[in-house]
Every structure is written in C-alpha cells, then in structure tokens.
Design a protein around this ligand. Sequence first.
Ligand SMILES: C[S@@+](CC[C@H](N)C(=O)[O-])C[C@H]1O[C@@H](n2cnc3c(N)ncnc32)[C@H](O)[C@@H]1O
Length: 388
Amino acid sequence: MTENIEKFLNEFAKSLHAETFVKMTLGNYRGNDAHLQKLLVRLVETKKGARLFFLYRQDTRDTAKNFDFAEGVEKVKEVLGRDFFSGHLFTIENDFQLDIGKKGKSRLNVAKPTFKEKPPIDHNREKQVLVNPNSFYLKALGITTDKGEIRDKQHDKWRQINKFVETLGNLFDKSELKDRKSLRIVDMGSGKGYLTFAAYDYFKNTRRIDVKITGVDTREGLVELDNDIADASEFENLKFVKGYINDFDLQDVDILVALHACNTASDEAIFKGIRARADLIVVAPCCHQEIRPQLKSPEMFKNVFKHGIILEREAETLTDGLRALLLERSGYATRIFEFISSEHTAKNNMIVGTKHRKNVDVESLDAQIQAIKSFYGIERQRLENLLT
Ligand SMILES: C[S@@+](CC[C@H](N)C(=O)[O-])C[C@H]1O[C@@H](n2cnc3c(N)ncnc32)[C@H](O)[C@@H]1O
C-alpha cells in the first residue's frame, strides 16, 4: 500500500476516534461490478451505537450495509486501490482528497474543511423509507411475513415496488400535479396489485393526498382478492375492476399507469391515457410481440439481424421508440429510461409521457414515424392505429 493510501486510511480511522468524521466518498470505480459507481460512507446511530453506513450507489439502485468502525476501516482498506481509485474524506478539521493513478502512484491533497460542524446522525437521511414492510397489504399479498420481513423469494418484487414508488413520487413532484391535494390514478393491467397498493399507500398515507386509484385487469380472481385486501386495509378509494383495458371507460385521470401490460395492451393503455388527457402516462411495456414478425431486415443490417436476440431487441426498441414518438405527436414530452436494473427483471424500460401545452410539429413527427416504418417494413403499430 502506498504511503498516501495509508495516510488517508489513518486520517479516516483517526476522525472516527476523535469524532470529527463527517462523511466519505469513494469513486473512480474500476472493479468487477458492472453497476457499482460509488461508495458513500456516513455515520448512523443504531441500537448498538454509532456505526458506519455504507451506501453502494449503483446505476439503477442502491444497496446498504452497516459496519462497526474497525470493520468499516478494514472494508475501505480492502477496496481502496483495488476497486476504487479516488477517495474524498470530509472531517470537521480538514478535507482529504486521494487520487490513485494507474501505476499505483497516488496524490493526497489536504484542504480546509468544507464542513465546520458534524451533521446530525440519522439512518434515513440517505434513503427515505417509502414503503412500510409492515403494511397489511404486503403481508396479504405474500411479499412479507407476519413479522414484516421480506420473504426469501420476494426480494426482487420488493425492490421493484420500492423503485416504482420512488419513481412515481419523483415524477409527480416534477409535474404540474405537484401541488395537488387530490389525485386520480388508473393502473391498467394491475395484476396482483402490489404496485397499485404501494402507490395508494404512498400518496394517501405518506404524502397525505386524497388519492383515488382504480386497478383494471381481466383476471377475476385477482380483482376479487385485491378488493378484499383493499377493504381489509381500509383503503377506501382503492378499487379493482375486472375488464379489458380497451373496453374501460376512462374519463377522469391524472396519472395513467400500465406496468408490464402484455404486448399491445400497453398501446391500449397509452391510448386511453392520451384520450383522457392524463397529465402523466407511465408505462413499462413487456412482451413486445407486434413488430417483430413484421420487421424486414434492411439490406445493410442483414448480417446483424440474422441473430434472433438482436432482432428481438431491435423490435422492442422500435416499438417503444414509436410509442414515444406517438406520445410526442399527441402533446406529451417523453422520456424512456431503465426502471429497474435488468438483473431483477427483463421488463425494465419505462416510458413516461408528460402532457404539455406547447405547439407540436405533427408533420415532422409523422414524417419520422413513417420513415422508420417504411425503413423496417412495419405495417401495423397498435397505438398508431388507435390514434388514427
Ligand atoms: C405481467 S402482469 C403485470 C401486473 C402488474 N402491473 C405488475 O407490474 O406487477 C400483466 C397483467 O396485465 C393483465 N392484462 C394483460 N392484457 C390486458 C388487457 N388487455 N386488459 C386488461 N388486463 C390485461 C394481465 O391479466 C396481467 O394481470
């Protein structure tokens, strides 16, 4: 270990001992985890006393672990110079910036402290708990045990629920709806309803908004079960109705949600949202089956599209890209992003449309849509057909 790394670690340990530690960030990650980006270290008060709270920041989600001081210093020693090649230590006496070069050469900069006082210690500062694992509905839906622990096979679902609530909350806060005291949400293809319940609980009980949510699904058994659980939870404005998205008479809605509604059911949901002038349309499509059989490989891609997986992904990309263009044509600003890391589910693209009042260059968008369709030989796209 070089002298500078050792000095940096000593300062870290010393600051913990002297109670001058504020926080630390390790960056410039070059380890094996394709998703890890940073490690943020703060103090946290636990039942066992002060601990180091390690937040591993990944591209789509975060994970966290607590260590006692000695373990924490050891952990940092283990990864510094092996996985992370920069470190920033903040104490109330000095800031320390460590940079490790490719050949192991390092530089340690000592500067005046950014923070003159230590921040209050609080476990939930980094990550607010948005979904309460003790909620009755999570137990009834089999996500958590009676003690409120996440069931072994439900961790992915649990992460998805949390990420969805966090995403929906952020979208709401950035939208024109943000000051609303009442909200109408429709969840098309609500399935077993985990996400529908979590959204209701979040807006109603965490944000104290007078929310009404309707889940729509064809599966009668699930609709009945969800209505029973909603009753038992005393979620009086959460209802589930049996039916097809296309037949649902959607009138008043602020946020249209459709998560993993299979194939063209996502198009039908988007269409309903557009027609009802929903402020936000939030869809995570799956089972993109409509475009693939229509795709005619353009000559220049002949040897690329011969691989089934490439063709499949191209079809998905084109489907969601066309959906976004059609939303834009209908007066929505759009974003497509990865909703949750593909490690947890393959169905991870989220398309978000936010209604705006600006002029739309319909002609230019139509020209783009038609150019894409004719380049790939696409004849039908469900959302386009519904809109025209
Ligand atoms: C994969 S599940 C997703 C459930 C839930 N949204 C989630 O993300 O956990 C898809 C659900 O959409 C429902 N669905 C598919 N097509 C539908 C349609 N045209 N109308 C209503 N529901 C539909 C299915 O019955 C199923 O429950």
